[in-house]
Every structure is written in C-alpha cells, then in structure tokens.
Ligand binder design. Structure first.
Ligand code: B12
Ligand code: SF4
Ligand code: SF4
Length: 399
C-alpha cells in the first residue's frame, strides 16, 4: 500500500536545523507510578483512563485501542535484516530513518507510551461470502481488481482526522498532554506496536490478525507523553496453516513473517514507479491496484468486521469494472474519479501501466481487448507505451 511517509519526508526536509522528523512535545510534565498517572499534580487511575479512551474510540469508529511501551529493541535486528536483504526495493523512505522506526522516543522525544488503534475497513454493505466473491473476480480476466482497502475514501485522511479527535477527547479527560498522531505517515513500526499492545498477532503474511476481526483493518497510533499502563499481547493462532504463503501469486512471502516487497503485487502496482519487471506481469493477472489474495484465503477473515463508517463504502467505478473502460479514462477523468481516494497518489501513468499489464494478461486468455490496447500505442508516456507493447505481444485467440 502506498505510504504517506514519502510525502511526509518531502514536507519535513525543509525544516531548518531539525534532526528529528517530528518535534518534541510541548505539554505539561507527567509521571506514572503504581497505575496512577500524575498530570498537573493530579493522580488519575491509568486503567480507568484507558477504558475511557476505548469508549471514546468506539464512538469515533475505531474497533480497538491498546497501549504499547516504547521498547521495540527486539524488533531492531529484524528490521535491519529486512533492509539489508533489499526487501524494501525502491521504497527509499523505509531506509531513511534507520532505527528511529523502532525507537518511538527518538522519533518524538518525550514519548512515554504509544496508544494504538485499529479501524475495520470492510465496507458496510459487504455481503456474507464476500471472500468467495472476491476470489471469483480473479477468474474474470477482463475485470480490473482494485484491492478492498482502496475502494473508498483514503484511510490516511479518515484515521488521521479521527485520531486527532480522539486526542482532543482525551485532553478533556486528563487535561492538556503532548501527543502526535500517525497512520502510515512516519517511520513507525505500526504492526509491531499493535501486536505488542494486544490488537492481534502477526500472521505469516506479516499483517496483523485478530480472532474477532481477521486482518481487514487499518492501524494508527498516538505517541503520548503520559505513561499509561500497557495492554498485554495475545497468543498467535496461525498454527500449521500456510494458506497465505501458498496462494501468493509471486511467492513474495519468502518465509513465515518475511515479505520481499519487491515481489509483492501491492508494491509493484502502487509503490514501484518504473517498469514492472516482466517476470511479475503474468502473475499480476487482473490486479490493477494492490492485492488481497493472502487475506482472502486466510481462515480468520471470515470474522472480518464491517466498518462502522460510510467512508469506506466503495465508490462507483472502482469495483466490477471492465479493464477496457478503465483504460479509457483521461488524466482529467482519473483525477476527478479518484479525488479523496488513495489511488490518486499513483498518478494516471502508473494507473494505465497497471491496466495495460492486466489487459495483456486478458489477451493471453483469449479476451477481445486488443482494440483497447491499440488505441494507446502512441501514449505520451514511454512507461505506458512499453507496457502496451508488451501487452499486445501476449499471444491470444482474439484477432
Ligand atoms: C512498507 C509497507 C508495505 C510494503 C511492505 C509490506 C511489509 N510486510 O513490510 C508493501 C507495499 C508490499 C505493502 C503491502 C500491503 N500493505 Co502495507 N505497509 C507498509 C508500511 C508503510 C511499513 C511496514 C514495515 O515496517 N515493513 C518493514 C518490515 C521489516 O517490518 P515487519 O514486516 O514488521 O518485519 C518484522 C519481522 O517480520 C522481522 N522480519 C521481517 N523481514 C525479515 C527478514 C529477515 C531476514 C529477518 C531476520 C527478519 C525479518 O523483523 C521485523 C521486525 O520485527 C506499513 C505502515 C507502517 N508505517 O508500519 C503498512 C501496513 C503494514 N500495510 C498495510 C496494508 C493494509 C497493506 C496491504 C494489505 C495493502 C493491499 N491490499 O495491497 C498489503 C499487504 C501485503 C503484505 N502481505 O504485507 C497495513 C496493515 C494493517 C494490518 N492489518 O496489519 C499497514 C499497517 C498500514 C496501516 N496503517 O494500516 N505494505
Ligand atoms: S499482497 Fe498479494 S502479492 Fe503481496 S504478499 Fe499478499 S498475496 Fe502476495
Ligand atoms: S492464512 Fe494461515 S498462516 Fe496466513 S495469516 Fe492466515 S492463519 Fe496465518
């Protein structure tokens, strides 16, 4: 999925003399002793504060709240190994901040703990048996598949806004406190923080998984300068299952909990800016933005919960659409239709690059899509032209 981090880096590069990505908190002094949070010389029961935060969070559409400590030192070696193997590909932002990603108190000095939040995104109108419906789409070569998370409003906007509202409500409870909200917007090990605070366990596909909610939820955090009592992690429940690893079309899950992003269709269609390596074009099938396969086959996703918010309702034109008609969108139409959607970030050329690959795959399966491709052979983007040429070279039965 496309992270906001790249964009945040660009914005923050202009900060003169700032060594830290985010400035330190400005807020009153706080301490924590025997479950009591001391704020402005008043002692409050930390557990009660956390329960109250849970209640606020539910009203705002979040599904669960946790509290993690800032000690992620045991994750540092794995993070470094992942980077050293080059698994991040050209997501330079993943390497930029080194170990700050695993050190919340270095990213935001003064952080004493992290409030973690998760928000379900399965659209409200989703029918039972949706996993089978989504898997069946993969066998409709002329249909373009946008992954479920990206069919509605951009989650960065939804979560950031609601995490800020949550912070404001916490302030009404405990008074002013230092905080920063994040959702995929800064060097933060989100899944790791969520796992440590009991939001679920890390599946073999690396995503966070919950017994009552599967994995179709987003994560967000509030770094705070109040030492709240941490919430306990849960046991993993993958057992001997390897369904996600077995189904992955590009073998991106190279070992349990190890993802080589360079092979992942989500990375290739969203994060990667250049040409899609030829070896991955056929396995992409008709996936044109992100990929859900490892989640669709996960047995725990039969417990995935519908979102409490209308924001993730699918927009017209982003599911059940024919590739040929999506390929016709002009840049203007693309910008109009993807306003407020995460898809907008990849831009029109990458969108068309992805669709061209899917059309080539459809052509190979005998679909009559040659005319749609021929209309774009003179495309102004060299990137799109090359993918169109590849697509037309796929052998099919159509004339
Ligand atoms: C970069 C990124 C991607 C990349 C890489 C994904 C990855 N697994 O690393 C790409 C573009 C492929 C991607 C895809 C997707 N993403 Co994404 N992504 C992120 C991002 C920005 C950072 C993840 C990260 O830190 N990776 C770095 C590795 C090192 O971290 P790690 O997996 O935790 O690894 C730990 C261990 O497994 C071990 N380890 C890992 N590799 C190795 C290798 C070796 C050799 C060793 C020894 C150890 C080791 O060490 C690490 C530390 O303990 C997060 C947001 C955030 N800031 O956290 C969202 C995030 C993880 N993505 C999210 C989503 C929804 C997706 C997609 C489902 C979107 C889609 N439908 O297309 C897919 C799912 C693909 C998948 N199976 O993971 C959600 C996940 C929510 C959830 N329920 O868990 C997040 C949390 C965003 C959010 N705020 O909601 N994503
Ligand atoms: S998102 Fe798709 S390509 Fe990436 S690991 Fe999961 S199944 Fe594989
Ligand atoms: S598919 Fe199986 S192995 Fe993969 S995350 Fe789900 S339960 Fe775990």
């Amino acid at each position: 999925m496309q992270s906001n981090e790249g964009m945040a880096n660009i914005r923050l590069r202009g900060q003169v003399g700032s060594k830290c990505l985010c400035g330190p908190f400005v807020g009153p002094d706080k301490g924590f002793y025997n479950g009591l949070v001391t704020i402005n010389s008043t002692q409050i029961d930390g557990n009660q504060v956390v329960s109250q935060i849970q209640a606020f969070a539910r009203e705002l559409g979040f599904s669960q709240i946790g509290v993690a400590s800032v000690d992620l030192s045991s994750a540092e070696a794995g993070l470094l190994a992942w980077l050293q193997q080059g698994f991040h590909g050209d997501m330079a932002y993943m390497a930029h901040h080194g170990l700050k990603r695993a050190r919340p108190a270095e990213l935001v000095p003064g952080t004493l703990c992290v409030i973690t939040a998760r928000m379900d995104y399965l659209p409200r109108t989703t029918e039972d048996g949706w996993q089978a419906v989504e898997l069946a789409r993969l066998n409709q070569p002329t249909e373009g598949i946008v992954s479920v998370y990206a069919r509605g409003r951009d989650y960065h906007k939804v979560l950031r806004n609601r995490l800020q509202q949550l912070s404001d409500r916490i302030a009404t409870l405990i008074g002013p406190f230092g905080h920063r909200v994040f959702t995929d917007s800064a060097p933060v090990l989100e899944a790791e923080l969520a796992a440590r605070s009991g939001q679920g366990w890390r599946g073999k596909h690396t995503l966070l998984l919950n017994r009552e909610a599967g994995s179709l939820f987003f994560l967000g955090e509030i770094y705070v300068d109040v030492a709240l009592p941490v919430t306990e992690p849960v046991q993993p429940h993958c057992g001997t299952c390897t369904a996600c690893m077995d189904v992955c079309p590009t073998q991106a899950i190279v070992a349990p909990h190890r993802l080589d992003a360079r092979r992942c269709i989500s990375y290739l269609t969203i994060e990667h800016a250049g040409a899609i390596p030829v070896e991955f074009r056929a396995p992409m099938g008709n996936r044109i933005y992100g990929c859900d396969d490892c989640q669709l086959v996960c047995p725990w996703n039969k417990f995935a919960q519908r979102s409490a918010l209308p924001d993730f309702d699918p927009r017209e034109g982003l599911s059940g659409q024919q590739l040929a008609s999506l390929f016709e969108w002009t840049e203007e139409e693309f910008l109009k239709r993807t306003e407020g959607s995460p898809i907008r970030r990849i831009g029109h050329a990458r969108w068309q690059r992805n669709i061209a690959v899917a059309l080539g795959n459809a052509l190979r399966q005998g679909a009559d899509v040659r005319a749609a491709l021929l209309r774009q052979v003179e495309h102004t983007s060299a990137l799109v032209r090359e993918h169109v040429a590849w697509a037309l070279a796929q052998k099919g039965d159509s004339k």
